[in-house]
Design a protein around this ligand. Sequence first.
Ligand code: AMP
Length: 451
Amino acid sequence: MTFDTLGLSPSLLRAVAEQGYQTPSPIQARAIPLILAGRDVMAAAQTGTGKTAAFTLPLLQRLAGGPRAQPNRCRALVLTPTRELAAQVQESVRDYGRHDGVRSAVVFGGVNINPQIAQLRRGVDVLVATPGRLLDLHGQGFVDFRDLEVLVLDEADRMLDMGFIHDIRRIVTLLPTRRQTLMFSATFSGPITQLAQGYLRQPVRVEVSLPNATAETVQQWVYPVDKKRKPELLSHLVAVHGWDQVLVFTRTKHGANKLSQQLEQNGIRSVAIHGNKSQNARTRALADFKQGRVQALVATDIAARGLDIEQLPQVVNFDLPNVAEDYVHRIGRTGRAGAAGQAYSLVSADEADYLYDIERLICKTLPREEIEGFEPQHAVPRGRSAKGGPAKGRPAASARGRQKPPSGPSAARDGAPAQARRRTRAGTGGRGAQARRKDNGRTPSRGGRGR
Ligand code: AMP
């Protein structure tokens, strides 16, 4: 299939060709004709599937045909959970819309509001925003939605996870009821379906992969290791594999800072990116990473959302996330748009329950390998530990409606990279791991919510 068959205008086809895209990704092939036909669409597609172009291209086509935006008004609104994602979506809008003269702007918190006000004053066809800053701007009278034709909720699942539901509700009450609404989410959970029922009109459901399936192009491994030896193992892996661009995930902001310092001490150029860093520091860190001045970008889940780094060859989970869905998001950072990627998880005994939740969610047992010299003294148990009930105040993923058990015994080791010397081991036994479910800094504080 080619883009020509989707019904896109010549100017958009030109912009697509300039991006070097030859064939539409599955989500693009399915969603673009539906959106062009004016349908509300609810799409399950994780980052890396080409979802941004899937909604941006038909959106631009619709807007290109109509009158330009009036001052302080917008014709389409894209809501995103994070500043980084907002900036990247607007970049795509600009790239794809360059031959149509569509005016776009991005607004998010943590930066000076005045340039955003000035842009809105001129009128904006496509406004990309994080919810908090958008409400501030609306409250001050700088944006009016009466001409709005299309609403896009991008990464809707993350917006709910990050506590944006009230902001979203407030925003939707400000919009015309006659509009086209598109919702993109990595997964279709109960709350997402409910949200769709409230805001979308007879939506067409589009799913490009099994719900919560991890990108098929990503090879995944678990490296059992004692907690205190993780920094050393990571440094070893960077050296042995010769990685010059690796995205590393930690659960906490403090953990990200500490690890980044440890990597630096081991001679690995590294920088941490998380919600406590200023927007400028985050932008600079990302640019340094993209341009190869930094080898390891250490990020928390929230900060990593929306990072679009092309062809990222590998990601490392230094800590496993305590919310299983985050694993899917994390590894979606590699293996993007069909490129091969590798995801490595350094797992200590106390994280056995997180691993169990992840394997249930993705319906797959991840292959375990021990790296020679880093064999754990505390084995990582298989299955849920006796003590590992749901976290206080937050049910475990398995208790949140996912019933499917992991498929089969240990998955095959096919395609494992050969550089690191290691051996596989059953890894059974060991004492039950105490699930220590730390707060991952996700409490919806103002600073961490993309304002
Ligand atoms: P997204 O899922 O929107 O974050 O897109 C992931 C990456 O895939 C981005 O770097 C896009 O530039 C790229 N991409 C989007 N559509 C295509 C396509 N049809 N062919 C190749 N790359 C694409």
